[in-house]
Design a protein around this ligand. Structure first.
Ligand code: UD1
Ligand code: MG
Length: 498
């Protein structure tokens, strides 16, 4: 690192050296600071371990601070040629007249936005801020950035895909709506990482895959762009921000990987999300950025019924840890109470009722998920949830369209909101959740698996260890990045002139 820093002539090489240094510093600082965090009350319980583990929380603060210090020290390097090279005072003055003030403003506003989110994340870790208050804050934190964007780039039009051009024309100017869109990108990037969380290493793991995808995308552009092209500046800018982020994230992941010795806290989630939003906005590739967020977009859409309280949302939606098997299983949320009569009814009529309920319309799909999820022993004992192979496989037992529609009609005794009912039914039909119904009528939903991508992976692939679940998420994220690259660099030719 010392050799890189002393011999480097271009800012990118210096940035690489700083990134390695930042990574090593993060890796070595975390164990040294862990005890201080615990003493200050910044600690959390690992929900998915046999023994109750209390470990330091908010270690994203260490990564965030080291990142910010690295970037502060790096600020002069991209502007070095304006400071050096001439001892002639007049020439130097002339040079300063061409100084790219707006580039410096971009850099500073980006750091201000990231710093604000590190601060907000830490406040959230300490104060547990309510969702309704913290939800819009990333958009507010991005105002300095949007202001510089307005002065410098000011581009508010989008290029219309070729097939739609006969109707909409070549460009659409979104005006102020473009700024609203960018504010939403900042909100989405920060919160989407925070809600795909809760198992060792998953937040940093997914962020690292996204960051590496952004860096590779930048390098592809830098390789292919002709010298002097404006895209070079913006993609270099993006790399300056992403490489140190990769450095500190790697340093943090070593300690956060299963079995975690530290938690990263909301601080890291917000820090990571805002860093991505900043490069997406200022390097002007927010659409490509969103392609790298395909799993997060899916997780957000899947979570929406719980986030917007159409169905209950418990404090933690992380998968359930099974102490007996040491494996993770889909966690469930209670939708309605199971009354005594229900349980009695279920016990006494178990044998006779099971057959008819299993082949009841609309039940077959959910039963199939349970079987593929490798239901828990306790679940398997719930005979009304047993999979019905006959109902799934045989055409004669398939429900008719009329009966399926009847099944969608809200059940009058259910405590669910009408909108919540339709959501559950739709998600169940799509195989995205498993719903358990009351034993008596087989129609009143009692509980369902929480609506997150982590629970969905477990529902489809069966129980697995916490470490394998994190690896699965990273593999999904990696595959989605490959799809994003194919869309961005191959399929794009069909819809845009490139
Ligand atoms: C978000 C999720 C919540 C999830 C939580 C896990 C939504 C709306 N909220 O809430 O469902 O349960 O993140 O981070 O989707 N923890 C572990 N192991 C880990 C990481 C965290 O057990 O590897 C636990 C620890 O007890 C830690 C706590 O999660 O203290 C942190 O939760 P926090 O970040 O405060 O939750 P939220 O972001 O509010
Ligand atoms: Mg969190």
């Amino acid at each position: 690192v010392f050799i890189i820093l002393t011999t480097a002539h271009d800012p990118l090489t210096v940035n690489v050296g700083f990134s390695i240094l930042a990574g090593i510093t993060t890796w070595s600082a975390i164990p040294a600071l862990s005890e201080i965090f615990v003493k200050a009350g910044l600690k959390g319980m690992d929900l998915s371990k046999r023994t109750k583990h209390i470990i330091p929380e908010s270690m994203g603060m260490v990564a965030g601070l080291i990142y910010l210090v690295t970037m502060f020290v790096f600020i002069p390097f991209p502007f070095m040629k304006w400071f050096t090279g001439s001892n002639d005072g007049d020439l130097q003055e002339l040079k300063l007249l061409t100084f790219p003030n707006l580039k410096l403003a971009e850099l500073l506003s980006a750091l201000l936005s990231i710093q604000s989110m590190v601060f907000l994340g830490f406040a959230d870790d300490v104060l547990d801020i309510r969702w309704r208050f913290k939800m819009p804050l990333p958009a507010i934190a991005s105002i300095p950035l949007l202001m510089v964007y307005w002065v410098h780039l000011g581009v508010t039009h989008i290029v219309v895909p070729i097939p739609l051009r006969p109707i909409l024309g070549q460009l659409i100017d979104l005006g102020v709506l473009y700024y609203v869109y960018m504010g939403m990108v900042a909100i989405f990037c920060t919160h989407s990482i925070n809600i795909m969380a809760g198992i060792n290493g998953v937040e940093v793991g997914q962020s690292l895959v996204i960051a590496c995808s952004i860096a590779i995308n930048d390098m592809i552009f830098l390789q292919s762009a002709s010298s002097g092209a404006p895209a070079i500046e913006t993609h270099l800018f993006s790399l300056y921000f992403i490489l140190p982020f990769i450095g500190v994230s790697l340093g943090l992941l070593i300690h956060n990987w299963y079995p975690s010795k530290v938690f990263i806290g909301d601080t890291y989630c917000y820090f990571a999300g805002m860093t991505f939003a900043v490069v997406g906005i200022l390097a002007h590739y927010s659409k490509t950025l969103l392609l790298f967020f395909i799993p997060q977009i899916f997780n957000f859409l899947l979570s929406a019924p719980q986030l917007f309280r159409l169905v209950p949302c418990p404090r933690h939606r992380v998968p359930r840890y099974n102490r007996q098997t040491n494996l993770m299983e889909p966690s469930r949320v209670v939708l309605d109470e199971e009354d005594d009569l229900d349980i009695e009814f279920s016990n006494s009529k178990q044998d006779s009722k099971v057959g008819s309920r299993q082949s009841a319309p609309g039940r077959s799909a959910s039963s199939a998920f349970l079987s593929s999820a490798g239901a828990t022993a306790q679940d398997a004992d719930d005979s009304h949830m047993k999979p019905s192979s006959s109902a799934v496989g045989e055409g004669s037992n398939l429900p008719s369209t009329t009966t399926l529609l009847q099944d969608f009609r809200p059940f009058k005794d259910s405590k669910l909101k009408r909108s919540g009912w339709y959501c559950i039914k739709l998600l169940e039909a799509l195989g995205l959740t498993h719903v358990r119904y009351d034993a008596k009528t087989g129609k009143r939903p009692l509980e369902m698996t929480n609506l997150t991508i982590l629970n969905l992976i477990l529902l489809k692939a069966g129980p697995m260890s916490e470490r394998n679940l994190t690896i699965s998420v990273m593999v999904v994220q990696f595959c989605c990045s490959l799809v994003a690259f194919v869309i961005r660099h191959r399929l794009v030719a069909f819809v845009y002139d490139v």
